[in-house]
Design a protein around this ligand. Structure first.
Ligand SMILES: Nc1ncnc2c1ncn2[C@@H]1O[C@H](COP(=O)(O)OP(=O)(O)OP(=O)(O)O)[C@@H](O)[C@H]1O
Ligand SMILES: [Mg+2]
Length: 244
């Protein structure tokens, strides 16, 4: 429930990787994907939006508020990390409840929100289990539940389904899209999976080597690739969509 505007964002690491001159305006309630090969700067871009990295230059706005200097906890954005970043000494319930307790929410409300989030990711029966005693795919779903439970204005998702098997990945991504729509949350979804981005997103930014090559709807990027890279990158998907 917030617009996100990046104005000419650059964050380049001393070794040379990162993101350069990224500008975009993401609509309130939009499902926006950032798509590209490994190392192209997707996670860096998401970390800048979350406030976990300070950009070298450029500004970030949530609605009309300049959040460039705001710490992460003041942005009401929740991030699902590629590496999960769960708390190993806590069980599943406590992990999902963490952000709610930090917000000093009443216990009844916490119980309700945790139950709702765990049901969504189909882990209700594991709420008492320690997170060190569940599988990688289950940990990934706990991380997703933890972010969803706080009902953030902006949901930042870094390859949130990459560790799930094909069937679960498919059903979870459907549920995620439905939930995002129902809550009206603005979602920024990082993936290297073209099919996932094309199915889920209203618009997609295609990144290559730290640079955003094109932003458009799935139809736009498939039908009118803006650069030779985008054209080559999406060639297979274009053939699939033509043959349907
Ligand atoms: N903390 C860091 N210090 C130095 N270089 C980094 C750091 N984090 C990332 N990089 C480099 O910046 C580039 C972009 O990294 P980033 O993590 O944003 O890529 P990505 O698109 O998320 O890749 P993947 O799909 O593999 O997760 C890479 O070349 C990476 O090695
Ligand atoms: Mg990454």
């Amino acid at each position: 429930m917030s617009k996100v505007r990046l104005e000419d964002i650059s964050k380049v690491y001393p070794q040379g990787g990162g993101v350069r001159n990224f500008s975009v305006e993401i609509e309130d309630g939009e499902f926006f994907a950032i798509l590209g090969h490994s190392g192209c700067g997707k996670t860096t871009t998401l970390r800048v939006i979350a406030g976990l990295e300070t950009p070298d230059s450029g500004r970030i706005f949530f609605d009309d508020r300049d959040v460039t200097e705001l710490p992460p906890e003041k942005r009401n954005a929740a991030m699902v990390f590629q590496s999960y970043a769960l708390f190993p000494h806590m069980n599943v319930f406590e992990n999902v409840a963490f952000g709610l307790k930090a917000r000093k929410m009443p216990k009844d409300e916490i119980d309700l929100r945790v139950a709702e989030a765990l049901e969504l990711v189909q882990l209700s029966e594991l709420e008492k289990r320690r997170v060190t005693e569940i599988s990688g795919g289950q940990q990934q779903r706990v991380a997703l539940a933890r972010a969803l439970a706080v009902h953030p204005d902006i949901l930042l998702l870094d390859e949130p389904l990459s560790n799930l098997d094909a069937e679960l990945r498919y059903s979870t991504r459907r549920q995620l899209a439905e939930l995002q729509k129902r809550l009206g949350t603005t979602a920024i979804y990082v993936t290297h999976d073209q099919e996932e981005a094309l199915e889920l997103a209203h618009r997609i930014a295609i990144m290559h080597d730290g640079v955003c090559e094109q932003i458009g709807t799935p139809d736009e990027v498939l039908d009118a690739p803006a650069t030779p890279f985008v054209e080559g990158f999406l060639e297979r998907q274009r053939r699939i969509s033509r043959s349907l």
